[in-house]
Design a protein around this ligand. Structure first.
Ligand code: ADP
Ligand code: TRP
Length: 321
């Protein structure tokens, strides 16, 4: 099964990104044919500073590699290293009704928020369609917000196939309802835009500060506490197996454990869990040419995988003459 997903390079990573998405992608490598890329063309719709985009791209790649993306087992590359995807975008644009894009919630929401409506923002789902179709992807794991874009990809693929013959696999979105939303320090969904994150790669002191900010109620130390209503527990459990969760639950219910104590333990757990990844990330970012070489090999693999599809498209459309 070919699984493909793209991730925009978007600054620092938090526990929600890791447990909600990256961990799952890294696990797919075990049994699936995983295609995963850094969507830096897409990021241009929100980042107009070249230095920021370039650095963000390198960091996003280093994050994934440090967390366990294996470029030998999967195909891992940076979107702009394959400008071919832009050629496919153009071919697909001619089979993309305006109304299909006008109906996209993501576009409408951004415009409603006051973001200037430009062509990049409007055509975003066509580029995403090209990402998916170029590699004949079967399944596309995405968050709920991207589901409609995968439906757009299906519509365009069907239209193109109806016109030129069976060229593209019709992809399917995979929305994982199992992955619970990771709460932030205030109990709302953890998100950069809410300023309630616990970040993966940062100094110990800053990490401790974020964890100490987790909002708890005012139950006194000696009294029993309800783990299901505690933000610390909801985050801590992500790091624990079933038995460890039960044990922690019992400590909550027995009373005598203060929130400060459990926060300190959570801090140590998060720090120790990510320490080896932090180390690896620093090594990758200390050798940017080495990192670029890994990405160049990834792009070659992706190029080879996409070439037959592009060849067919060029032939059928008459671009190859
Ligand atoms: P943010 O909300 O911080 O801007 P993004 O929208 O960049 O995060 O999310 C990137 C990926 O991480 C998406 O695939 C999304 O599903 C996942 N993700 C982000 N926040 C959470 C969360 N709190 N719980 C679960 N998954 C999350
Ligand atoms: N638009 C996606 C997001 O913001 C990223 C993305 C780009 C993507 N191309 C893709 C996801 C292709 C899946 C498949 O999250």
């Amino acid at each position: 099964m070919r699984i493909l997903s793209g991730i925009q390079p978007s600054g620092s990573l938090h526990l929600g990104n890791y447990f909600g998405m990256m961990k799952k992608m890294i696990e797919y490598q075990e049994n699936e044919d995983l295609f995963c890329f850094i969507a830096n063309y897409h990021a241009m719709t929100s980042v107009a500073d070249g230095k920021v985009l370039a650095r963000g791209t390198l960091e996003a790649a280093a994050n994934f590699l440090a967390l366990g993306m294996d470029p030998e087992r999967s195909t891992f590359w940076v979107q702009s290293d394959l400008p071919e995807v832009q050629e496919l975008t153009w071919a697909l644009s001619n089979f993309t009704p305006m109304g299909l894009l006008e109906r996209c919630h993501s576009y409408k929401d951004k415009v409603a928020k006051g973001i200037a409506a430009n062509h990049g923002l409007f055509a975003y789902p066509v580029l995403m369609t090209a990402d998916i179709l170029l590699f004949q992807s079967d399944r596309v794991p995405v968050g709920k917000d991207q589901k409609q874009h995968v439906e757009v990809a299906r519509d365009i693929a069907i239209k193109f196939n109806n016109h030129y013959g069976e060229i593209f696999t019709i992809p399917e979105a995979e929305i994982d309802d199992e992955v619970a939303t990771v709460p932030g320090v205030d109990g709302q969904k953890m998100s950069k835009s809410y300023g309630n994150t616990i970040d993966l790669f940062q100094e110990e002191k800053a990490l401790r500060k974020q964890i100490m900010r987790i909002v708890t109620d005012s139950t006194p130390v000696e009294e029993p506490k309800d783990p299901d209503r505690c933000n610390v527990f909801q985050i801590y459990r992500l790091f624990l197996d079933k038995e460890q969760q039960q044990a922690l639950r019992r400590r909550y219910e027995a009373g005598g454990m203060g929130y400060g104590e459990v926060k300190q333990e959570l801090f140590e757990t998060v720090r120790d869990f990510f320490a080896p990844f932090t180390q690896r990330r620093q090594e990758l970012l200390a050798d940017l040419d080495g990192l670029r070489a890994i990405l160049a090999r990834g792009a070659e693999k992706a190029r080879e995988a996409g070439a037959p599809t592009l060849r067919k498209v060029r032939k059928k459309t008459g671009l190859a003459y």
